[in-house]
Ligand binder design. Structure first.
Ligand code: 4AD
Ligand code: MG
Length: 432
């Protein structure tokens, strides 16, 4: 039986398979807290209430040993979880070696022992919440009739700036790990309509910030005949729906992580929309000395969102800092039709979104402009297949990319993005 179910069986005899979370012995009693996938419960093994085999097993057991225990469930105010199991039988399945993680440990040690640290109550709660965030994200799109599609991970063409891609030797040819599945998602859109791709993206950015991973999970939908405003409406619904479901269904997990579920219930459309130009003005009022064409760093994002309760959109970005596929705004040709969603309280950009230039001539012009102004060179052979979309029944369309770990970092108010993923990949971390 699982621990959460056992708590509903007061006065009854139950058997539980679990791990030892904590253990202490005093005056003929072994007290332990045991853990399984559903929670924790205190167990008490009394020398005079069990046979000698069970008593020996209980005294021999160690932190993180796997055990099977039987006993009767009692309500007990003093126990950490409000219940205690009075043990009648105790058995070790595997006695753990001395556990390398004790109460106060450095961040580095916890990362080296990540495979064990994932059993901590904090990480268990984060990983449960992560599974729910993934579930509710998929549910949002599935319910609206989007198809999930699967792009390749090994690619030849950059889908974003192309500047930060991990390269690999592909049978003697140079290939890359995908930095965004957008270009393949667009292909699938022209076949299936509303779609989303949900696979990792890889960024070889050597930036050691609390919001950069080298491998992150990237949710990338594409919407035929949507414009930038349509996409923003969808994005605010998506993010609100995930935040609200988490608060409504998993308040217990949030409270354990010291997140007030009420704060996530307040996340409802519409989100505030400001232009990039307005954002620059606000930053200058904060004394940040920003000029047209500057991108935003951690401090800028913080200044823009510190006092917000909901995410905000910054839209209409300068053409010189956004990717080659974004079309120029006709009303303000200094800008492209794009929007970033910034999470509140300085958690930073969680969504990057933009219309896709769908007219072949304009797209080629824009690629040329990017080559000229940024000193990059597109290997057009690698883009031919994608440019074909603009030759065979092209349509206006818009899409976006949401970084799941960025979203989770904000929702759970984590200090660092590495704790939003089980095995973080960062410039200084590849083990375990
Ligand atoms: O803004 P980005 O670079 O946009 C794209 O890749 C588009 N092609 C997406 C699309 O339209 N289909 O990345 C999108 C999101 C960011 O807003 C951020 O949430 C996340 O991906 N992201 C990262 N997350 C963790 N670590 C990194 N190094 C990230 N870089 C981007
Ligand atoms: Mg971006």
């Amino acid at each position: 039986m699982q621990i959460e179910d056992a708590k509903k069986k007061e006065g009854k005899e139950v058997s539980i398979a679990a791990w030892i979370h904590r253990k202490r012995e005093s005056g003929g009693i072994v007290f332990a807290v045991i853990r399984d996938q559903t929670g924790i419960i205190q167990v008490a093994v009394k020398k005079d209430k069990v046979d000698s085999k069970s008593w020996k097993a209980a005294t021999d057991t160690t932190v993180e040993s796997s055990v099977k225990v039987s006993g009767s469930v009692k309500k007990d105010e003093r126990a950490p979880t409000g219940y205690e199991l009075e043990v009648t039988k105790f058995q070790n399945v595997n006695i753990a070696e001395p556990y390398p993680i004790t109460e106060y440990q450095s961040t580095e040690l916890l990362l080296d022992k990540r495979h064990l640290w994932l059993r901590s109550i904090k990480m268990i709660n984060v990983m449960r919440a992560r599974a729910y965030v993934f579930r509710y994200a998929r549910e949002f799109f599935d319910k609206r009739g989007f198809y999930e599609v699967t792009p390749p991970i090994i690619t030849t063409a950059g889908g974003e700036t192309g500047a930060n891609m991990f390269s690999l030797n592909y049978f003697g040819e140079k290939a890359y790990l995908t930095e965004s599945s957008q270009l393949y998602a667009e292909v699938m859109e022209f076949a299936l309509g509303f779609i989303y791709s949900f696979v990792p993206s890889f960024r070889a950015e050597n930036s050691r910030t609390p919001k950069h991973l080298a491998e992150y999970w990237h949710l990338e939908p594409e919407m035929p005949y949507y414009d930038n405003e349509d996409a923003m409406k969808l994005e605010e619904k998506l993010v609100s729906s995930i935040a609200n479901k988490l608060a409504e269904k998993h308040a217990d997990i949030l409270r354990e992580l010291k997140v007030d579920p009420q704060s996530l219930l307040k996340v409802k459309p519409p989100f505030e929309r400001i232009t990039y130009e307005k954002a620059i003005e606000i930053l200058n009022e904060h004394g940040m000395k920003k000029k047209w064409g500057d991108d935003f760093g951690v401090e800028d994002e913080k200044a823009l969102t510190e006092d917000k309760e909901k995410p905000i959109f910054v839209h209409s970005w300068p053409r010189e800092i956004k990717p080659f596929y974004m079309p120029i705004n006709e009303k303000d040709t200094r800008t492209v039709a794009s929007a970033d969603m910034l999470a509140p309280h300085g958690h930073g950009e969680i969504i990057g979104s933009g219309e896709r230039e769908w007219r072949l001539d304009k797209l080629l012009e824009r690629m040329h402009e990017v080559e000229q102004s940024r000193g990059v060179k597109f290997n057009m052979k690698n883009y031919e297949w994608w440019l074909d979309l603009r030759k065979y029944g092209s349509i206006p369309h818009t899409g976006f990319g949401m970084g799941m770990e960025r979203l989770i970092k904000w929702l759970l108010n984590l200090d660092h993005i590495r704790d939003a993923i089980p095995f973080p990949r960062m410039s200084n971390r590849l083990y375990p």
